[in-house]
Write a protein that binds this ligand. Structure first.
Ligand code: 5AD
Ligand code: SF4
Ligand code: FES
Length: 362
């Protein structure tokens, strides 16, 4: 007989076997898991949900991740870069509406001009908001010097999902070449930490060929690397990607959704004081996906601030929500949703990872 969920949840430390068991919980058991995660969340990070206004700055990307709709090889994607004025306008909107921070996200690019352009943008956003708006970057693997320049310009958090934490498995989902090197990606996480960022990472859930064992290792990876913030969500197929050929091997979307919720809940129990995002991909499956994530442990939400005319082009996967809405609609919509999920919004606060603060002190 395997251990009862209740017993596992009373332990201080979860073994690998325990985590697999939790991820494998059935409908009745998962309710117990979710309730425990909600308790841990309330005790360690409270009820507040923090906003990070998301600007999908550009869908140009030099990489070819096999699952992603904006991979370089997808010739059907219509490429764009948001203008500096539009980014500043989005940042002003975020600041005026008391969002604590913004996130600038884009495909992975390099080049002197690009690095300088981002540096300048970060400085301008800082100036515009009198230093008040927190800035998170999500711009892929870069050199230490680039990370440092952007940090010195004023960015203080960086998101870089490991995507798949098992080095062997990594190449099932990425081409095996110099631009998709597992060690380089891992090293980028070390560099970010060394430069001084709050470091975010995460994985995709429900990829073809992925097992509960793999997902357990993913959670342990995030813990072993002492990550400050996590964003993880279900893998969702995209027609114009090589991975689409394995769509028959996927678990059904609702199962992927519940597996993702269980991942969030278990992670909250394992890493009590980190920031966890309620990801947009959750909502691509369930209209209430992000609210449900908040109920089981997430405390960060990223309202979309990308100017509407670009939104249709930042399609990483199918059924991405909010592509027809504008910033105002998403804000109102989310406010109602967060209140429904029993959360409060941390307006005007950075809502930094408590874990990061603790790690800095020690
Ligand atoms: N399904 C779900 N998430 C995806 N991402 C990229 N492609 C997909 C997909 N098909 C995620 C990656 C990346 C983030 C910006 O979007 O994890 O880090
Ligand atoms: Fe580029 Fe990121 Fe998509 Fe990979 S997941 S192809 S790096 S945008
Ligand atoms: Fe964008 Fe609801 S959050 S429309």
């Amino acid at each position: 007989m395997s251990k009862a969920i209740e017993n596992i949840l009373q332990q201080e430390v979860l073994s690998k076997k325990d985590i697999v068991r939790l991820l494998n919980s059935d409908e009745t058991e998962r309710k117990v898991l979710f309730a425990r995660a909600a308790e841990v969340k309330e005790a360690y990070v409270g009820k507040k949900v923090y906003y990070r206004g998301l600007v999908e700055f550009s869908n140009l990307c030099g990489k070819n991740c096999l699952y992603c709709g904006i991979r370089a090889g997808n010739k059907k994607a219509h490429r764009y870069e948001v203008t500096a004025d539009e980014v500043l306008e989005a940042a002003r909107y975020a600041w005026d509406n008391k969002f604590g921070s913004i996130v600038i996200q884009a495909g992975e690019r390099s080049g002197k001009d690009y690095v300088t352009r981002i540096e300048r943008l970060v400085k301008e956003i800082k100036q515009m908001s009198r230093g008040e708006l927190g800035i998170t970057l999500s711009l892929g693997e870069q050199t230490e010097e680039t990370y440092r320049r952007w940090f010195e310009a004023g960015a203080h958090r960086y998101l870089l999902r490991i995507e798949v934490s098992n080095p062997g498995m990594y190449y099932r989902y990425h081409p095996k070449d110099k631009t998709h090197d597992y060690q380089e990606r891992l090293n980028a996480l070390y560099l970010l930490r060394k430069v001084g960022y709050q470091v975010g990472s995460g994985v995709m859930i429900g990829l073809p060929f992925q097992t509960l064992d793999d997902l357990t290792d993913d959670l342990l990876f995030l813990q072993d690397h002492d990550i400050d913030m996590v964003g993880m969500g279900p893998y969702i197929e995209h027609e114009d990607t090589p991975m689409y050929q394995y769509r028959d091997q996927l678990i059904p979307k609702m199962e992927r959704f519940y597996l993702s919720l269980k991942m969030v809940a278990v992670l909250r129990i394992m890493m009590k004081d980190i920031n966890i995002a309620a990801t947009t991909a959750m909502q691509a499956i369930d209209p209430m996906g992000r609210e449900k994530s908040i109920k089981v442990g997430a405390n960060i939400i990223m309202p979309n601030l990308t100017p509407t005319r670009y939104r249709e082009d930042y399609l990483l996967y199918e059924d991405k929500p909010c592509t027809d809405e504008d910033a105002e609609e998403c804000k109102r919509c989310l406010e109602a949703r967060i209140h429904m999920a029993g959360g409060e919004i941390g307006y005007g606060e950075w809502g930094d990872s408590k874990h990061f603060a603790r790690r800095k002190k020690s």
